[in-house]
Write a protein that binds this ligand. Structure first.
Ligand code: GLN
Length: 202
C-alpha cells in the first residue's frame, strides 16, 4: 500500500521508517501533488500551530479536507490528532484545523515539555498486552461525538487518548517512537479494509 506522511514539521521521519519497515511504500507529503494515489495518510506529532501554518502556505488545507471527507483513511498522532479535531479548547488565534473528527481536544493538557511522560496503556483493539505510550506535550480528548469509538483512556478510566471514527484515527501519544508496531498494523489494517470496498477494487 502507499501511505503518505505529512512532512511539514514534526516527527514524520519516524513514521516513514516504521511504515517502510512493515513493507509498505511511504511517501513524504509536502505539496498537493504528493497526495496523488495514496491509500492512507498519517499526520505526525510536532507542533499543530506550525504544521497548520505550513499547510496553509503549501495549499494543502483544501485538498486534505477533500480527500479525508472522501474517506481517505487518516491517522493523526498528537499534533496530528489536534489537526483532525473539529475544535480545540486553546487553539492559537486563527489556527487552521481540518475539522474531520467529531472530537473536541485540549492542547498541552498535561502542561509543558517537562511534563512529558511514558506510561502503559490498555488498548483492547491491539490485544491484551499493554502498549508503551509516549506522551510529549500531549493533548487529550475532552468530548467525543456518538460516532467516535474510544480506543484508549489513561489509567483505564481517565482522559481519552485514543479515538477512531470510521477510517479516521487519533492518538494523543506517539506509537512511531514506542518500538512497538502494533498501532501501525492496526491503522494499516483499516487502510487495507478501505481498499477492499467494492468502489475501490472495481
Ligand atoms: N503540543 C503540541 C501541539 O499543540 C503537540 C505536541 C506533540 O505533537 N508531541 O501541537
Amino acid at each position: 500500500m502507499k501511505i503518505g506522511v505529512l512532512a511539514l514539521q514534526g516527527d514524520f521521519r519516524e513514521h516513514l521508517q516504521v511504515v517502510r519497515g512493515l513493507g509498505h511504500e511511504a511517501v513524504a507529503v509536502r505539496l498537493p501533488r504528493h497526495l496523488d494515489g495514496l491509500d492512507g495518510l498519517i499526520i505526525p506529532g510536532g507542533e499543530s500551530t506550525a504544521i497548520g501554518k505550513l499547510m496553509v502556505a503549501y495549499d494543502l488545507v483544501a485538498p486534505l479536507r477533500a480527500l479525508i471527507s472522501d474517506g481517505l483513511p487518516t491517522w493523526g498522532t498528537c499534533a496530528g490528532m489536534i489537526l483532525l479535531a473539529r475544535s480545540t479548547d486553546n487553539a492559537m488565534l486563527g489556527q487552521p484545523l481540518l475539522a474531520a473528527m467529531d472530537i473536541h481536544v485540549c492542547r498541552n493538557a498535561f502542561g509543558a515539555q517537562r511534563e512529558s511522560f511514558i506510561t502503559s496503556l490498555d488498548i483492547p483493539v491491539l490485544g491484551p498486552e499493554p502498549f508503551r505510550a509516549v506522551f510529549i506535550r500531549a493533548p487529550v480528548v475532552l468530548e467525543a461525538g456518538p460516532a467516535v469509538e474510544i480506543l484508549a483512556r489513561l489509567d483505564g478510566d481517565g482522559p481519552i487518548v485514543g479515538v477512531r471514527q470510521g477510517p479516521l484515527v487519533g492518538t494523543a501519544f506517539h506509537p512511531e517512537i514506542a518500538g512497538d508496531t502494533r498501532f501501525h498494523h492496526y491503522f494499516l489494517d483499516i487502510v487495507c479494509a478501505g481498499r477492499a470496498t467494492p468502489a475501490a477494487s472495481s
